[in-house]
Design a binder for this molecule. Structure first.
Ligand code: TRP
Length: 453
């Protein structure tokens, strides 16, 4: 492993930049689109509780482990894991964490771009005033028309993939750092405006009950798997995205607080998005279990009946697209960084990674229309990719990362790299990574397989 590769991709410019980049990666469609709809499909409160438990017992501790591996090696996840496996004398298959991550990355990027494309299409719809004074039936129909048109979807998917590629090709630090400094705060402010609006709706209380009342009878084995998978998905874990970002993190920065910030911000965004969306669902007699179209049917309704809604709605969908965009970049970065280490130009690597993910994305485009009837175990092409990545590959990646850092990396190395000043916090984290996170993933997998029911 040549040392030339170390640090060749650059370092974040400041202490806050990593938090910004990691939050930009974490906050995305997972929070605004996926969390509300899977919560709706899995019956609400009890699911949210399991999800929160997964964030704290597995997500945040594994995030720390992932960043630590990246920063220690300062290479792409594939080479980082190769080096760490060699240096620690751990079994060779841990090297596979990097490879499996690259494959999950292609799968995720392929469908992520298609869904992000929907938000691009909605920017125009909102700006054109389509939803002003409209009702729930119209919102449902509009969404139905969008996804039933493969050509339109392909165009938006292509536009989004192109946007993603342009930024990656230029190197992540330059354009992205500057843009995120403005855009992330704006995203938070708009979310708060929407939250304020949702407080005025008749369905707000009902939404809160839906999100926070526990009814464990609504949970199935699969709900646990989905909650765990989503904890990894929403924090961008288990495939090396955060490991790659960790590789660009300044050495002196302490990991503990930094990671906690990212985890807490991401969780807050998801919960606020959930409160807003379910307030609208219950105020308009919509179905919480509407599935992937949920966000696209609720938010336009809110904007359509709100003073200044055309403006705020347009801006909001721009921000959904931006949140997705800053996430998509982090999904592609590990594979691109690896190809660059192999000697590809940054542009060539980007074209290859984005091109391949784009092609695969056509399967997701068709799964909403022409291929909607083709199912594997009751799942469409999109459902299959989503399930395979979020619910199997990411938790498995997270499990292996936790076991690797917990059991194979020496405690001196881990202690030095984590740089957590407080001894008790360090010990607690180390305990969780060694025992709790791996156990949580294993128990939930077995539960999901139906072995505990
Ligand atoms: N966390 C992002 C979201 O919630 C998506 C994402 C970015 C991601 N990078 C990732 C998911 C890496 C899994 C792995 O939208």
């Amino acid at each position: 492993m040549s040392d030339q590769k170390r640090g060749m991709h650059g370092i974040w410019s400041g202490r806050w930049t990593f938090i910004l980049a990691a939050t930009g990666s974490a906050v995305g469609l997972g929070n605004l689109w996926k969390f509300p709809y899977i919560t709706g499909e899995n019956g609400g409160g009890a699911f949210v509780l399991v999800y929160l438990a997964c964030i704290f017992a597995a997500g945040i501790p594994v995030m720390l482990a992932e960043v630590l591996l990246g920063r220690k090696t300062r290479m792409s996840p594939i080479n980082a894991m190769a080096k760490m496996t060699e240096d620690t004398g751990a079994p060779k298959f841990f090297h596979g964490i990097g490879w499996m991550g690259a494959i999950s990355g292609f799968f995720i990027l392929s469908f992520y771009s298609v869904i992000a494309g929907w938000s691009l299409a909605y920017i125009l719809k909102l700006a054109g005033g389509d939803f002003t004074g409209s009702d729930a039936a119209f919102a449902g129909e509009t969404f139905g028309n969008l996804v039933s048109d493969p050509v339109g979807l392909t165009i938006w998917h292509s536009v989004f993939m192109l946007l993603t590629g342009v930024v990656i090709a230029r190197g992540v630090n330059k354009g992205l750092e500057a843009a995120l400094k403005i855009l992330m705060p704006v995203l938070f402010v708009l979310l708060l405006i929407l939250f304020g609006y949702s407080l005025t709706l008749s369905g707000f209380g009902q939404g809160l009950h839906f999100l926070f009342d526990f009814d464990f009878s609504k949970l199935t084995g699969e709900s646990f798997v989905v909650a765990l998978g989503h904890a990894f998905f929403t924090l961008s874990l288990g495939m090396g995205a955060i490991m790659a970002y960790g590789a660009y993190m300044p050495q002196e920065q302490s990991l503990g607080k930094t990671i906690l910030w990212v985890g807490v911000l991401d969780t807050l965004v998801a919960l606020v998005a959930g409160m807003v969306i379910f307030a609208i669902v219950f105020s308009n007699g919509l179905e919480p279990s509407a599935g992937p179209g949920l966000m696209f049917q609720t938010l336009p309704l809110a904007f359509g009946s709100m003073a200044g809604g055309e403006f705020f709605g347009t801006v909001f969908f721009i921000l959904v697209a931006i949140a997705a965009w800053s996430s998509a970049i982090s999904i592609a970065e590990p594979a691109v960084a690896w190809a660059v280490e192999k000697g590809f130009s940054r542009i060539g690597a980007t074209a290859a990674v984005c091109g391949f993910a784009w092609l695969l994305g056509l399967g997701t485009v068709l799964s909403f229309n022409d291929w909607a009837e083709y199912k594997l175990f009751g799942k469409t092409f999109f459902d299959t990719l989503d399930f395979l990545t979020a619910n199997i590959m990411l938790p498995l990646g997270g499990l292996l990362i936790a076991v690797f850092v917990g059991w194979f990396a020496s405690s001196e190395l881990v202690k030095k790299e984590a740089n957590i000043e407080n001894e008790a916090v360090f010990n607690a984290w180390r305990f969780v990574v060694r025992y709790i996170s791996p156990a949580a993933v294993c128990v939930i997998f077995l539960h999901g397989l139906g072995l505990f029911n």
